[in-house]
Design a protein around this ligand. Structure first.
Ligand code: C2E
Ligand code: MG
Ligand code: MG
Ligand code: MG
Length: 281
């Protein structure tokens, strides 16, 4: 009988972040090659509405299906892509993949939003809003179908230019979200000025909720802060039913995490969402 197949192990791929090294140049070459040879993959993780129990969005998370190294997670190449500027191409590629996915799957009955992670580099590119507009026109999707996630640190790199770009993106109709909220160095005075509609509580606080009361208090305060500012609030890193219920009781709007579903290849999403929507037998 057939031999049992084993899953390819995920190997660590972390060259030194030294821009002069040959290793770095070769990684940049590898990334360009990866993009050209379709080794990058769109993974999606559902965002659950805690009031209705419906899946309302999916976050786009990149993976690199490397021919030798297996499935490489973004922590192993995103920092490098940011350093070299390659991340701008990556963002546009992810946005386009998400647009194609939306055009194929988001029906009127089940409207879904795709959340895309941006980097500082995108916010500093004056052409960025126009590039997104161009992609949306090409694929027949609208800005209201997207949420753009930005970390506090990406904004604080150059707050004035970031604010300018964010205003343009908001004017185009994109929903804007602050990712990993609570871990960066943004000031509340600054946040108040930005045209954002959502805060995503960093997973470190959410994961710590069960055994660290300070984390639970931070989560509760962030939910209240968001609501007082008229923002929706999402908890990331929800790994158990207990935490999900506690978030629900705290009035958190949306949740994302392994307890609901791990990020999956985009091609698997529709079937998963259909199963989710089925009432329990
Ligand atoms: P992020 O945007 O904060 O994404 C959430 C990360 O938390 C994802 O890791 C997701 O798989 C993970 N996660 C979700 N639920 C849970 C959970 O319950 N427990 C735990 N322990 N983790 C959970 P991932 O996919 O490895 O991505 C890591 C980071 O890489 C992302 O953090 C984001 O900053 C960056 N990234 C991923 N894809 C892209 C991309 O296309 N563009 C850019 N610029 N950055 C990306
Ligand atoms: Mg994110
Ligand atoms: Mg996050
Ligand atoms: Mg994160």
């Amino acid at each position: 009988h057939a031999a049992k197949t084993t899953n390819e192990p995920v190997l660590v791929y972390a060259p030194r972040l030294d821009s002069a090294s040959a290793e770095t140049l070769s990684l940049l070459g590898d990334l360009r090659h990866a993009l050209a040879h379709h080794e990058l993959r769109l993974y999606l993780q559902p965002k659950l509405d805690l009031r209705s129990g419906a899946i309302v969005a999916a976050e786009a998370l990149v993976r690199w299906q490397h021919p030798q190294r297996g499935l490489v997670p973004p922590v192993q190449f995103i920092p490098f892509a940011e350093q070299t500027g390659f991340v701008r191409q990556l963002t546009l590629w992810m946005f386009e993949q998400a647009a194609l996915w939306l055009a194929a799957h988001a029906s009127a009955q089940a409207p879904l939003r795709a959340a895309i992670n941006l980097s500082t580099r995108d916010l500093l590119d004056p052409q960025f809003p126009a590039r997104l507009t161009d992609l949306m026109q090409r694929h027949g999707v609208e800005a209201s179908h997207f949420c753009l996630e930005i970390t506090e640190s990406a904004i604080m790199d150059d707050p004035q230019r970031a604010e300018h770009t964010l205003n343009q993106l908001a004017a185009l109709g994109f929903k804007l979200s602050i990712d990993d909220f609570g871990t960066g160095y943004s000031s509340l005075a600054y946040l108040k000025r930005l045209p954002v509609q959502e805060l995503k509580i960093d997973k470190s606080f959410v994961m710590g909720m069960s055994d660290d009361e300070s984390d639970a208090k931070i989560v509760r305060s962030t939910i209240d802060l968001a609501h007082n500012l008229g923002l929706t609030v999402v908890a990331e890193g929800v790994e158990s039913q207990a935490i999900l219920q506690r978030l629900q009781a705290m009035g958190c709007d949306e949740a994302q995490g392994y307890h609901i579903c791990r990020p999956m290849p985009a091609s698997a999403f529709a079937e998963w969402a259909q199963q989710w929507a089925k009432p329990a037998a």
